[in-house]
Design a protein around this ligand. Structure first.
Ligand code: NAD
Ligand code: ZN
Length: 357
């Protein structure tokens, strides 16, 4: 008998320009009995302060995340240790304010505060056993869908992989398009393309179903609207949410599998790594690769080559990139069907990477 996924989603969503101001009210019940609130915030907001919110220095803790690189499992372990060292009781809530990196960091911290051991032990599917700390996600950059997804993507010494679990899902999100106003266009494009590619990979995948398709189609059209017609932060915020929902009930595809190899090898952020790869996937997504190239042109974005001296690919690094790609079994199955291993052998993956040099 077919076993269908049991779709878990964020139960509470606040959406609207200025809705960030409702964070305080959301925290009131959690602060009862002096509950500690841990804020995990993108380092951008250190020098560009957020609109007022009621930080309580005697109980709350704040960690600014260095998002010049993607989050490491070690970063998660050290925040968890620092919280445990500074506070005897478990926090009442974790609040994440930032892009995908910050939201994933916060999701992983909430899991690791109640589950023994190191973050790298939970990279994989459904390895988390204990209910995590309540968490609130507030995106300041849109596209990854991390605000709704059931994964917290991390880089460990061995691999780039998510903590895929229903326990990684936020309990509450606040979607305030005003928080996106400071994002530079290039960054908005890279992260926005993550959403575009989520939608394309869902729509072209073998796991597609009517449920996931409805989310993906609307997410795709909102991305097309922003990057081919009129750029709009509220549209992108909704697109990110819908694109994320879409892949929760289907999967990503080849672009994501290869892009994980690139991010692992060269520490290139996910959105940019996706763009580098997608540009060469005309054999798999012909119509959408053409449309993507039009969006590049319209937004005056040039994709970097992975060339020396900045990027050095050795044979052993190339093999490792292929290994990382092949860990993405579900996305590759979604993209190519059950015979994906025959259709995408190691040699073919290497050839694709070598085209990007
Ligand atoms: P990011 O969070 O890495 O941030 C990129 C840059 O944007 C940083 O320099 C940050 O300081 C800046 N920034 C963020 N908000 C800003 C604002 N309001 N104004 C100005 N600058 C701002 O970028 P991202 O693309 O959102 O996230 C990428 C990460 O998300 C990767 O680690 C990737 O693996 C992960 N990801 C997770 C999922 C998921 O479902 N969990 C899905 C896709 C990607
Ligand atoms: Zn993605």
């Amino acid at each position: 008998m077919t076993s269908y996924k049991n779709f878990k989603s964020v139960p509470n969503v606040i959406f609207g320009k200025g809705s960030f101001s409702q964070l305080d009210a959301t925290l009131i019940p959690l602060r009862e009995d002096k509950g500690v609130i841990v804020f995990i915030i993108d380092h951008f907001f250190k020098s560009s302060p957020l609109p007022f919110f009621n930080f309580s220095p005697e109980t709350d803790l704040t960690f600014f995340v260095n998002t010049s690189r993607e989050p490491l499992t070690n970063d998660v372990d050290s925040i968890v240790q620092s919280i445990k060292n500074q506070r005897a009781t478990s926090p009442a809530a974790i609040v994440a304010i930032g892009g995908g990196s910050t939201m994933d960091m916060a999701k992983a911290v909430s899991v690791l505060l109640t589950n023994e051991g190191k973050a790298e032990n939970y990279q994989g599917w459904d390895l988390v056993k204990t209910r995590p700390i309540y968490k609130i996600g507030i995106p300041s950059l849109s596209g990854t869908g991390a605000e709704v997804s059931r994964t917290a993507v991390l880089i460990s010494p061995q691999k780039k992989q998510g903590i895929n679990s229903d326990y990684s899902i936020f309990n509450q999100i606040i979607l305030d398009p005003n928080l996106l106003e400071t994002v530079p266009l290039k960054q908005a494009f890279y992260t926005g393309m993550d959403c575009y590619i989520h939608s394309v990979e869902a729509l072209c995948g073998t796991f597609l179903n009517e449920f996931s398709k409805a989310f993906a189609e609307k997410a795709l059209s909102l991305c097309q609207q922003s990057f081919l017609n009129t750029f709009n932060n509220a549209d992108l915020m909704v697109a990110s949410y819908l694109g994320g929902q879409s892949i929760v009930y289907s999967e990503v595809g080849i672009c994501h599998a290869l892009s994980y190899g690139i991010s692992y090898a060269f520490k290139i952020h996910h959105g940019e790594a996706n763009c580098i790869v997608f540009n060469y996937l005309e054999d798999y997504y012909p119509h959408y690769v053409k449309e993507f190239q039009l969006m590049l042109q319209k937004n005056h974005i040039e994709i970097n080559k992975l060339s020396p001296p900045q990027y050095q690919i050795t044979d052993s690094l190339l093999e490792k990139m292929v290994d990382i790609t092949l860990l993405m079994e579900k996305p590759l199955h979604n993209a190519l069907g059950p015979n994906w291993r025959d259709l995408l052998p190691r040699e073919k993956i290497k050839q694709l990477f070598l085209r990007m040099l």
